[in-house]
Design a binder for this molecule. Structure first.
Ligand SMILES: [Zn+2]
Ligand SMILES: [Zn+2]
Length: 225
């Protein structure tokens, strides 16, 4: 398999996930603007060389990546984080409530044991702790929304690109499980919060990319009790 990236907008690409890197990876997205770039999630870390080649295939130099934004602590999203932080010399961003599992490599809370694997502990350089806050890529804004439920520190990232509001919701579909410290009431409230974003594009962790406001809201509403 050669390097592969899917253009979502001229600034947003899928660069990892099944068919891109490793079949057990959750989707990995890249935002690349004005010589600055961020990655959203890291996959399990089984195909990092291919991930880096995929990123370069978009015309984004690896030294443009200054931040790795993690949506939550689960292994399929974070297993590659420690290696990427070292190789890209980037800072890692995650919510304070999921940071301990990432920093200790907690096998249960991170779900690494479900995958029969271990999570390499990774320093979280910036711990998000507000219900809503702002990050930057170049001179542009990425909104962070805390969406607890699937995990206590799940977050969604929102980026406006060429008139399209792109929502990186990742594990919108759940699942909920006591080992993951899921909370059903929080999850339902978070789904409503995601609908309020009124996104044009939803980039999900495992179910692909949904385009158009109706497709996005139909998908989120499937999980509303
Ligand atoms: Zn998850
Ligand atoms: Zn996942």
């Amino acid at each position: 398999m050669g390097p592969r990236a899917l253009e979502i907008t001229p600034e947003v690409y899928q660069v990892g996930g099944p068919g891109f890197t490793s079949s057990d990876d959750a989707a990995i997205y890249l935002i690349s603007v004005e010589g600055d770039a961020v990655l959203i999630d890291s996959g399990c870390g089984h195909a990092t060389d291919l991930l880096l080649a995929n990123i370069e295939s978009t015309g984004t130099p690896l030294d443009a990546i200054h931040q790795l934004l993690l949506t939550h602590c689960h292994f399929d999203h974070t297993g590659g984080a420690a290696d990427l932080r070292r190789r890209l010399n980037c800072s890692v961003v995650a919510h304070a409530l999921d940071a301990p599992a990432i920093e200790t490599g907690d096998p249960m809370v991170s779900a690494a044991s479900w995958y029969g694997d271990h999570l390499s502990p990774c320093t979280v350089d910036r711990k998000l702790n507000q219900s809503q806050e702002i990050l930057n890529v170049g001179a542009r804004v990425i909104d962070v929304i805390h969406i607890p439920g699937h995990s206590p520190g799940s977050v969604a990232y929102v980026f406006e690109s060429r008139g399209q509001r792109v929502l990186f919701g990742q594990d919108v579909h759940g699942p909920l499980h006591p080992d993951l410290r899921s909370n059903a009431k929080d999850y339902q409230a978070s789904l409503h919060r995601l609908l309020e974003v009124d996104a044009d594009v939803l980039c999900e962790g495992h179910y692909g990319i949904f385009s158009g406001k109706a497709e996005v809201s139909d998908f989120v509403e499937r999980y509303i009790a």
